[in-house]
Write a protein that binds this ligand. Structure first.
Ligand code: HEC
Ligand code: HEC
Ligand code: HEC
Ligand code: HEC
Ligand code: HEC
Ligand code: HEC
Length: 501
């Protein structure tokens, strides 16, 4: 900061160890390290104070930022080592001539200094902005659903057509709390790693993704004490005969509630863990086979139920407490069965029900084994045009069939309704009948789980087509089954989601 010293008389720089950092490599490394540390600090604070922790933040804050920090430090160290090698012992005069002399009385120095400080501040500001933007991007659903394009495509597509299309992925897949926080970070990194390598499982299963308990996710929006009471629902079907005969079931579902303060404890929602607790053992990962169930009622009285062939000691199995997701297992990623999807298209007239055999033919076109979506599109087109060579309506039919395929079948990820059955009912999967099949007996060997007769969960108030649907009976009708000779109640043995040949 003094007057300018002629270069020749400039004193040799002090031979301190730190002076060996005075080289371009070390200096750039240090700048990088400081910025990375700054970015880490920002990401870390955003992550800490954000309402919903986000798995991908973990990758940025705890992997990417530290990686840059380490690279910066490594560069600084390398510069230091190279510089040390260059200066032989006892020859400090050979040390770097790279010495910073700032003379504020000089216009050029003042300008340089202002430029440097301004530039650094600008850089830090951009880092801050960048980190914050990155945070927002990772929070969005398109990041979760689209960045990992192929791996998450089925879930993302189905999600966009669900009641939860406006709910962020992270609201259901990440819960608050320190434990979850760490676990989600680790899981998020593992997912990214597998995505980069492309060696993720096809299909992705529930146990590949860490699923948070319902109390921390669903119940942050839904109130389990709510008394829902009765819900009316209409199920519109078309038979796979020549005339696509319509068959509709109108039902009152006894959803009820489980909190005595807000209404009687009754119906389907009576197992919400409010005034009772239901636990079970599942012997497979998809929890389709449930041989043992235990109820603890409001007074703490326990009743155990088990199937006759389950003799195991229960301590050998993990016991799960039933929650929302044991019934609502597909609240946002529902893959329609081909039957249900075609019924919907016929009901909405996107496929003309006047076309003979439309239901049967479209279902058949959908369920062939295709390796890729492109192959499916080509073959669906070829198959239906061959079936209806002179029918002008076939063009619309082909387009709708391809649309159904696109929304519900993911051959590249090996995902469709067979992989992720919906457990809410009992027609196409054993859903409620996993426990309510009359086969789970209490220790007395006689009584089975309550609520297993046809009118326990719902009343059929009307069924059939046309005029028949006007004969409404609020007391509940016995189910009229098209295939009336068969009264076997295990519906999903015949109803597999696709038309029977
Ligand atoms: C309303 C809550 C909810 C939302 C929102 C949600 N999911 Fe899910 N997700 C679930 C449930 C429940 C499961 C299945 C857990 C089970 O089977 O027990 C699941 C399963 C998954 C699976 C595992 C594979 C499978 O299909 O079972 C992936 C992957 C997944 N979700 C990704 C996403 C992505 C990506 C988004 C955002 C585009 C998202 N989820 C939004 C609730 C949700
Ligand atoms: C961020 C808030 C939020 C979370 C978390 C959430 N939901 Fe929802 N859920 C909603 C909203 C909002 C609706 C109503 C959507 C509508 O009707 O437009 C809804 C609707 C529903 C419905 C009725 C669906 C229908 O077809 O009408 C069910 C069932 C449901 N949620 C179950 C769940 C389950 C199970 C979970 C946990 C896996 C969950 N929700 C998590 C906000 C949430
Ligand atoms: C025993 C199975 C079961 C459990 C457990 C369960 N539900 Fe339901 N829930 C149902 C059925 C069945 C319906 C009727 C709708 C249907 O069939 O699609 C329903 C309906 C609903 C609806 C729609 C109500 C309306 O007014 O439209 C919501 C929301 C809902 N459940 C949320 C939850 C939440 C949140 C939990 C966990 C706290 C939960 N459910 C636990 C079976 C269950
Ligand atoms: C894990 C086993 C299990 C599953 C799966 C299950 N339940 Fe239950 N459910 C029970 C048990 C246990 C009870 C309590 C019965 C008792 O107290 O004896 C019960 C009670 C009920 C009741 C009340 C019966 C009464 O009269 O008090 C209804 C209604 C019901 N369940 C409907 C359903 C529906 C609908 C589904 C499918 C969406 C379903 N349950 C799935 C185990 C299950
Ligand atoms: C443990 C409760 C429970 C029992 C017991 C039960 N159901 Fe259901 N059933 C349901 C639920 C829940 C649904 C609605 C599923 C949905 O919303 O997708 C349903 C749906 C149905 C449907 C309409 C399905 C469709 O897609 O058209 C019919 C028909 C039906 N049940 C008949 C029966 C008959 C017959 C019995 C007796 C053998 C019976 N149910 C016993 C819970 C039950
Ligand atoms: C022995 C086999 C068998 C059993 C068991 C069975 N069904 Fe069916 N069901 C059929 C056949 C076959 C049809 C006619 C399908 C068609 O024409 O597309 C049919 C048609 C239906 C339909 C109207 C059309 C459709 O495809 O949705 C409903 C609703 C239905 N069954 C519900 C049930 C329910 C609920 C149960 C269990 C209580 C059940 N079925 C048990 C064979 C069976």
């Amino acid at each position: 900061m003094s007057e300018e010293i002629p270069a020749a008389t400039r004193p040799a720089p002090l031979p301190t160890r730190l002076s060996r950092l005075r080289n371009w490599l070390s200096l750039s490394g240090l700048v990088l390290a400081v910025s990375a540390f700054f970015a880490f600090f920002l990401l870390f604070s955003v992550d800490l104070f954000a309402a919903h922790a986000n798995p991908y933040m973990g990758i940025l804050a705890y992997v990417v930022a530290p990686l840059f920090l380490l690279t910066g430090l490594a560069m600084a160290l390398l510069g230091y080592v190279l510089e040390s090698r260059r200066i032989p012992k006892g020859h400090p005069e050979l040390a770097s001539s790279f010495v910073l002399h700032v003379n504020l009385t000089r216009k050029r120095d003042r300008r340089l200094l202002v430029g440097f400080v301004g530039g650094s501040l600008g850089f830090l500001f951009l880092t801050a902005l960048g980190s914050y933007r990155t945070y927002h991007i990772t929070e969005t659903n398109s990041f979760c659903g689209e960045v990992c394009h192929t791996s998450m495509e089925p879930q993302f597509k189905a999600y966009q057509h669900s009641a939860h299309a406006k709910v962020a992925c992270v609201a259901c897949h990440v819960g608050p709390g320190a434990g979850n926080y760490i676990r989600t970070k680790v899981s998020g990194m593992r997912q990214l790693y597998h995505t980069v390598l492309g060696d993720f499982n096809r299909p992705i299963r529930l146990h590949n993704v860490n699923q948070r308990p319902a109390q921390e996710t669903c119940q942050s929006c839904h109130w389990s004490q709510k008394h829902t009471g009765d819900l009316q629902k209409t199920y519109r079907h078309f038979l796979s005969d020549e005339t696509n005969t319509p068959f509709t079931v109108q039902m009152v579902l006894k959803v009820g509630g489980s909190d005595p303060v807000h209404g009687p404890v009754e119906g389907i929602h009576s197992h919400m863990n409010v005034s009772n607790k239901i636990e079970f053992i599942a012997t497979d990962e998809s929890r389709l086979s449930i041989p043992w169930v235990r109820v603890t009622d409001a007074n703490g009285r326990k009743t155990e139920y088990r199937t006759a062939d389950f003799k195991d000691d229960i301590s050998k199995h993990p016991i799960r407490t039933m929650d929302c997701m044991d019934c609502h297992n597909r609240p946002s990623h529902k893959y329609l069965t081909p039957n249900a999807a075609v019924d919907q298209s016929l009901a909405f007239r996107r496929i003309d029900p006047a076309i003979p055999w439309a239901k049967a033919k479209v279902v058949k076109a959908l369920v062939q084994p295709y390796a890729t979506r492109e192959e499916a599109n080509v073959k669906i087109d070829r198959f239906l045009r061959a079936e209806y060579p002179d029918d002008a309506r076939v063009t619309a039919m082909v387009a709708e069939t391809q649309a159904i395929y696109k929304a519900n079948f993911f051959p590249e990820m090996k995902v469709d309704w067979r992989i992720h059955p919906d457990l809410i009912g009992h027609k196409d999967s054993n859903g409620c009948f996993r426990c309510h099949d009359g086969q789970h007996l209490a220790t007395d060997g006689k009584s089975s789980i309550k609520g297993s007769d046809c009118n326990a969960c719902h009343l059929i108030v009307a069924q059939g087509a046309g005029k028949e649907l006007e004969k409404v009976n609020p007391q509940g009708l016995p189910f009229f089954h098209i295939d009336s000779e068969n009264s076997d109640p295990t519906c999903n043995e015949c109803h597999t989601g696709q038309t029977q040949e």
